[in-house]
Ligand binder design. Sequence first.
Ligand code: MLT
Length: 268
Amino acid sequence: MKTARISTTDVAYVEKGSGVPVLLLHGFPLDHSMWSSQIDALADRYRVIAPDVRGFGQSPLGIVDEVAGILMVQYADELAEFVDAVAVKEPFVLAGFSMGGYIAWQFVRKHDQRLRALIQCDTRAAADTEEARAGRIKMAENVAEWGSGRVAEMMGPKLFAPSTFEKKPDLIAAVRQVVERTPPAAIAAAQRGMAARPDVTTLLSTITMPTLILVGEHDAISTPAEMRSIAEAIPKAQFVEIASAGHMTTMENPTAVNDELLRFLGRV
Ligand code: MLT
């Protein structure tokens, strides 16, 4: 992987191909590898850039306010620094997955002049319920003692469609390994930031760029119904449901996701 220096850390990233830049932002508590299939599929025609968000994968966490964690808007501002650092000069396509999507909303809010188009996969526009927020804070407070392996156990069943569990044990193991390797401090910082994230529903009607909203048909975290309503609120959004996939669409049904991404990118 390459690295780029920003004010808070060194960002590790994969870069492949040339053309219009397409930036892929991973979810929690994962890394760029969840986009492996898309990186290969898009690189024939696009400059694909997939960073590890601060603290995840091979990007060091840097200094963090332990009480506040890292807000989604901070990650978004750091993404703006990162695209400058890797010399993305023209408007680019931003694809966010789940937590990457929460960051992408904030990027749209503050830096939309940098974007050509938006792809939001398996993410939400609503803030957390009180119960969900409490769960995140509990994890943030205890993950150092629990270890990241327990987080992998807690999250695993929610991430995949039942058929993936039955038929793709290697995929489940690969995701588990990524979660287990994530430092507890990065998990805590992101959980605190996600707990504090604002509801962005009112942002949706102001998004005028071409937008693709993509979700797995069995996604239990960001449901198809919720994502359809996000698409309906964005003027130029297209909604796509991916068959045979839960939350981890990019890994559970990469062929369908790649086809949809290439179709959308071909139009923008
Ligand atoms: C993710 O995949 O990034 C997480 O499920 C997001 C979340 O915890 O809300």
